[in-house]
Structures are given as structure tokens and as C-alpha cells.
Design a protein around this ligand. Structure first.
Ligand code: SF4
Length: 341
């Protein structure tokens, strides 16, 4: 699936948490590609490993978790760089190394559901945006202020001069979200990771923020990894989609194939469970029959087998299904398709 459009390649990523009660395999063999300038949606129920996958790319997995296997390759340096070989294996870097800090600071930006986690409450928005520039570029304070003001205008913060001196708590929820996006984009990253950035917002503000992200993507040419449990948002935002279940990528495909030719029984069940796409809340994942297994006790074989209507006895409950390519950019991990091939 890797080609010259690839910005990030995740191959067989395994990130485990070592708890006293046992090992949680939060990400357990995930493979997918994030294409340059495109939006990759990552979807699944809570606890399926979406956020831990993003934390692994940023090398910010909280303890007692760590990457225990697989590779994450970052092709940087602009379009075509993958051909020329300007690439770094993120998984070879120590999380606190200078190179990894530089990647986190400038090449990959991240936004969260809760904007306050991006800001210090005791410094003004303007100072924090300027500081980001001063830390990474040798420019004067005046220039950093100008760049910050420009970015505030760019993300639609009204009256940037006045809001430059505002503290985070003084902004409305939607404005704080815009400020967080400004912060993540100050250094023009080639990838923006957005972890459920609109889940806590009302429907109007959510629509505004999604529109803003699409506009900025068009203007800045960055890729977006958009994590959500809302298939309505996926339909609206994504070019490619990664569907996760219990730490595995069960299907990876272009957005049209995901909605019109879903192959994995879990994805098919998810799509059946949506009453209406395009209405906030209406696209949220409703319950699928059966319980999500305890993450400390993931079933043998295919992790979805206890809930799967198409279970093949003595195969699905014994053997892990391999990743099967159905087309150039369509992968499914299910024994049904392995038998076809
Ligand atoms: Fe269902 Fe078997 Fe496919 Fe898993 S591998 S989704 S249990 S058919």
C-alpha cells in the first residue's frame, strides 16, 4: 500500500500496556498508510486503539504503555520525497530525542477534544502562539507576534489583536478550538492529528470547525489523521478510512468503498447500526450485538468472533485472520476473504 504519496506508513504496529492485572494489547498489529495532503479517518468504538495509534506516531504513549513491535516510517521533505528517500523511522527514535522533539514540534501537529490540554491557563493565547515560533525558528519577538496574529486570523479568530492578550478561559469553546488549531499549525506541519476534536461541540460549532479544517487543509496542503467514533464525520471528512477493533485494523479502504462496499462483518454491523448519517449524534456508533470483550482477555483467533454473525467455527476462533488485499488500497482482515483468495 506504500507509494510515493505516502507520508506515514504504519506497519504491524504493536503498543502494549503492562498493568499489574496483565497486558493490554491496545494496538496489536496495525498497518495502514496516511497519504500526503489527504485525510485518513480512523474509526471504531472506545478502547479500540485509535488514540494509542496516534500517540504511537507522536511517541507520546503514556506509561506503562510502550511500542513493542512494528514500524512507523515518516516520509518528509515535501511531495515526491518518498521517491528520493527523505524518510525517518519514528520507531527507531527515542521518545525524548532531539529528532523526535523536532518532529513533534514542527512536522506533526496534534489537536484534542479538550483544547485546554494544549494551553497553559496562566499565559495569554498570543504569548503561547508566539512562544511556539520562538522555540523553533530564529526570528525576533515582533516577527513571532506577526506570524501568530496572522495565524489567528487564518483560523477565524475574530479580532486577533484583542484576543492575542486573552487567557484561554476567556474564549468561548469554539474560539478555544480555533486557537488550538492555530497552535498546532503554527509551524506548518505536514500532518495534523485530530483526536475527536469536535466531539464535545454543539452541532453548529462542529460544522464550522470541520469546514475550517477542510479549508486549512486545502490552503496548507497538510495530511490529516482524523480520529472519531462518528461515521457521519468520517463520511464528511475522510479520503481514506481505517476501521479498528480491539487494537487491530479490520478494514482499510477509500471512503467510497467503506460506505458502499464494506467487507468486514464488524464494519457491516457498524453501518447497519447507524440510523442516519449527517445528523450529529445520528452517526454515532450504536450498540452491536454482544459485548466488547475485556481488553485484558481478548478472544483467540479473530477478536470479533464472539460477536460475528458469519463466524466460521474452528477457524475464526482459532486462527488470527491475515491482512488480505482486495485492491490497491483496500485491505480486510477476515477469513471470509482469505478463503476467496
Ligand atoms: Fe467473522 Fe471470522 Fe471474519 Fe472474524 S474472521 S470477522 S469471526 S468471519
Amino acid at each position: 500500500m506504500a507509494d510515493q504519496d505516502s507520508l506515514i506508513e504504519v506497519r504491524d504496529l504493536r503498543t502494549y500496556f503492562y498493568l499489574r492485572e496483565g497486558i493490554v494489547r491496545a494496538v496489536d498489529g496495525a498497518s495502514f498508510t496516511i497519504r500526503r495532503g489527504k485525510t485518513t479517518g480512523v474509526v471504531g468504538e472506545s478502547g479500540c486503539g485509535k488514540s494509542v495509534t496516534a500517540q504511537s506516531i507522536m511517541q507520546i504513549v503514556p506509561k506503562p504503555g510502550r511500542i513493542v513491535g512494528g514500524e512507523i516510517t515518516f516520509h518528509y521533505g515535501g511531495p515526491g520525497a518518498a521517491k528520493g528517500g527523505a524518510q525517518v523511522k519514528i520507531t527507531d527514535l527515542a521518545p525524548q530525542s532531539d529528532e523526535m522533539r523536532a518532529i513533534r514540534g514542527s512536522a506533526i501537529g496534534m489537536i484534542f477534544q479538550e483544547p485546554m490540554s494544549s494551553f497553559s491557563p496562566v499565559h495569554t493565547i498570543g504569548d503561547q502562539l508566539s512562544e511556539t515560533i520562538l522555540l523553533h525558528q530564529s526570528v525576533s519577538k515582533g516577527t513571532a507576534r506577526e506570524i501568530a496574529l496572522q495565524m489567528m486570523g487564518h483560523v477565524g479568530i475574530a479580532n486577533p489583536e484583542r484576543n492575542f492578550a486573552a487567557y484561554p478561559y476567556q474564549l468561548s469553546g469554539g474560539m478555544r478550538q480555533r486557537a488550538m488549531i492555530a497552535m498546532a499549525l503554527m509551524l506548518r506541519p505536514s500532518l495534523l492529528i485530530a483526536d475527536e476534536p469536535t466531539t464535545a461541540l454543539d452541532v453548529t460549532t462542529e460544522a464550522q470547525i470541520l469546514r475550517l479544517m477542510r479549508r486549512l487543509q486545502g490552503e496548507l496542503g497538510m495530511a490529516i489523521m482524523f480520529i472519531t467514533h462518528d461515521l457521519g464525520v468520517i463520511a464528511e471528512m475522510a479520503d481514506d478510512v481505517v476501521v479498528m477493533y480491539l487494537g487491530r485494523v479490520v478494514e482499510y479502504a477509500g471512503v467510497d468503498a467503506i460506505f458502499h462496499e464494506p467487507r468486514h462483518p464488524y464494519l457491516q454491523a457498524l453501518l447497519r447500526s447507524i440510523p442516519r448519517i449527517g445528523v450529529k449524534g445520528g452517526g454515532r456508533l450504536a450498540a452491536i450485538e454482544g459485548m466488547v470483550p475485556n481488553p485484558l482477555d481478548i478472544p483467540a483467533g479473530c477478536p470479533f468472533h464472539p460477536r460475528c454473525p458469519e463466524l466460521i467455527p474452528e477457524l475464526c476462533d482459532v486462527q488470527t485472520p491475515p491482512d488480505t488485499l482486495l485492491g490497491q488500497r483496500h485491505m480486510v482482515a477476515c477469513h471470509l476473504y482469505r478463503r476467496e483468495g
